[in-house]
Design a protein around this ligand. Structure first.
Ligand SMILES: NC(=O)c1ccc[n+]([C@@H]2O[C@H](COP(=O)([O-])OP(=O)(O)OC[C@H]3O[C@@H](n4cnc5c(N)ncnc54)[C@H](O)[C@@H]3O)[C@@H](O)[C@H]2O)c1
Length: 272
């Protein structure tokens, strides 16, 4: 199903930073009225100020299902064209071994990365089905394709997003509404700096800034490029959008060596 979204209204969560901000700027430049939401009011306003066309900006915690419902009603009131896409993009990171993990951090992450996506889907799905048009675009990760050490909560939530969105896609067969999953590889954003990382999970004594700098050094893709790949992928009607060359490597490894992929990843990392 080809889904043209340029020129049509879109909703983007997590739009105060990184991929969400770049997506908002790109889609606004492509003529989309853009509805942006984020828990970070200050940075959200900066995104709003950089948009070229009609925009609605709303502070929203994606964990709050009831407020998500109110937000969807406000969006319905604001729109004068059918809603073309809902990007459930907001997300956070932790980094710890299972042994050292804090239950409250795992819950925090799961509530945002998984339940935030479910809340966004449930809030907007009735509107999309009534229109019989539009796409739900849920952000997973390459860590929704493979399990990585020190990322048990993140991988679990991202696998869950993938399962949820795959199920949704099958339910939507025969309707004018579709669902897609986004699997970014490493993208140079604030995800580590915004995360809950209390100590170096690799035991190398790095502080948060050093961990973030190391992440930036291996992240292959800019958020602007990620936004472009996501936009194009949605318009091509892809059900699964891989972002960045590393995403293709992880996807291939998960298929070729479903139980041994990490040995191969570790060897690649050692060579760097
Ligand atoms: N950066 C990467 O390498 C990478 C890789 C794979 C997947 N992802 C995913 O891409 C998405 C975007 O992340 P990013 O890299 O742009 O990170 P980012 O930290 O730059 O942006 C995430 C945004 O989500 C917002 N957010 C956090 N909690 C929220 C909440 N409760 N309610 C509303 N908004 C909230 C933050 O305020 C921030 O503006 C996330 O789902 C992330 O897991 C990122």
């Amino acid at each position: 199903m080809v889904r043209k979204i340029a020129g049509r209204p879109v909703v983007i969560t997590g739009a105060a930073s990184g991929i969400g901000r770049s997506l908002a700027i790109r889609l606004s430049r492509h003529g989309c009225p853009v509805v942006i939401a984020d828990v970070n009011a200050v940075e959200l306003e900066k995104t709003a100020a950089s948009l070229s066309g009609p925009a609605l900006s709303r502070v929203l915690d994606v964990r709050d299902a009831a407020d998500f419902g109110r937000f969807a009603s406000e969006v319905r009131e604001w729109l004068d064209l059918p809603l073309a896409a809902v990007f459930n993009n907001a997300g956070v990171a932790t980094a710890t071994s299972v042994l050292d993990s804090l239950p409250e951090d795992d819950t925090w992450l799961f509530d945002i990365n998984y339940w935030g996506v479910v809340n966004g889907t449930r809030a907007f799905l009735p509107m999309l089905l009534k229109q019989n048009y539009g796409v739900v675009v849920n952000t997973s990760s390459v860590y929704g394709l493979v399990g990585m050490p020190n990322n048990s909560a993140y991988c679990s939530a991202k696998f869950a997003v993938r399962g949820f969105t795959d199920s949704l896609r099958q339910e939507l067969r025969g309707t004018g509404v579709s669902a897609a999953t986004v699997h970014p590889g490493g993208i140079k954003t604030n995800i580590i700096r915004n995360g809950r990382i209390h100590r170096d999970p690799e035991g190398r004594g790095r502080d948060l800034e050093q961990i973030a700098a190391d992440f930036d050094a291996i992240a292959l893709t800019t958020p602007e490029r990620a936004a472009e790949v996501i936009h194009r992928g949605v318009e091509k009607g892809k059900a699964r959008i891989l972002v960045g060359p590393d995403a293709y490597v992880f996807d291939a490894l998960a298929r070729i060596a479903p139980t041994r992929y990490y040995s191969l990843v570790a060897r690649l990392l050692e060579r760097k």
